[in-house]
Design a protein around this ligand. Structure first.
Ligand code: NI
Length: 190
C-alpha cells in the first residue's frame, strides 16, 4: 500500500463528473487500499478517487471515530462505494462544519439534508442499498459530491467565498500547510 499525493482545489480533475468503473480488477483493489491508507494518513474520514487524480466513481469512508461518540448512530467503520447512486430523502436540513483533504486549512458550515438512500457496489462488487443519516450521511454526501465535480465551498454564499479568497489562493499555490503530501495543480480553471 502507498500514500498518494492529494490534488488541491483548483485542479480540473476535481471539477469533472467522474466515470463509472466497468469491472473489478487488481488495479482497482490496489487503488482502494491506497485510498484508505492516504485517507488515514491525512486523518480524513473520507476520500474520493478524483482527489488522488483518478476520475472514477469511487470513494471510501471511515466515520467510525465520529459515530462511536453518538449512541444513536450505528457503527460505521471502513466502507467502499463503487458506482454509487445517491438519493436525498425528505428530511431535516442540518448545518455542520466541513473540511476537505483537497482544501487544507479551511472549515466552513454546510447545510445538507439528514437522510439519504444509496445504492452501490462494495469492494467485492456486490450490490448494496442502505438509508443513512447523521454523521455517516454527511460524509457520504461530501464524498459523493466529489465524483460529481462539486466541492463543499460551492455551497457557500458569495460573501463567505470572498472572505476565503486569500486562503484559497494559498491552497492553490501550495502555501497552505498540510500534514500530508499534496500534488501541485496541473491546470487552472478560471
Ligand atoms: Ni473532500
Amino acid at each position: 500500500m502507498s500514500i498518494l499525493p492529494i490534488v488541491t482545489y483548483n485542479d480540473s480533475v476535481l471539477r469533472q463528473k467522474a466515470k463509472s468503473i466497468p469491472e473489478n480488477s487488481e488495479q482497482i483493489q490496489t487503488l482502494i487500499d491506497d485510498m484508505f491508507e492516504t485517507m488515514y494518513n491525512g486523518q480524513g474520514v473520507g476520500i474520493a478517487a478524483p482527489q488522488i487524480g483518478e476520475s472514477l466513481r469511487l470513494f471510501v469512508i471511515d466515520a467510525d471515530a465520529f459515530t462511536a461518540e453518538e449512541e444513536d448512530e450505528k457503527d460505521c467503520g471502513p466502507l467502499t462505494f463503487i458506482n454509487p447512486v445517491m438519493k436525498k430523502l425528505e428530511s431535516e436540513k442540518i448545518a455542520m462544519d466541513e473540511g476537505c483533504l483537497s482544501i487544507p486549512g479551511i472549515r466552513e458550515s454546510v447545510t445538507r439534508p439528514d437522510k439519504i438512500e444509496v445504492t452501490w457496489l462494495d469492494r467485492d462488487f456486490k450490490e448494496q442499498k442502505e438509508v443513512f443519516s447523521g454523521w455517516v450521511s454527511r460524509v457520504i454526501q461530501h464524498e459523493y459530491d466529489h465524483i460529481e465535480g462539486v466541492l463543499f465551498i460551492d455551497y457557500l454564499g458569495s460573501f463567505r467565498k470572498r472572505l476565503l479568497r486569500t486562503k484559497l489562493g494559498q491552497v492553490d499555490s501550495g502555501e497552505m500547510p498540510a500534514d500530508y503530501p499534496v500534488m501541485p495543480k496541473k491546470n487552472v480553471l478560471s
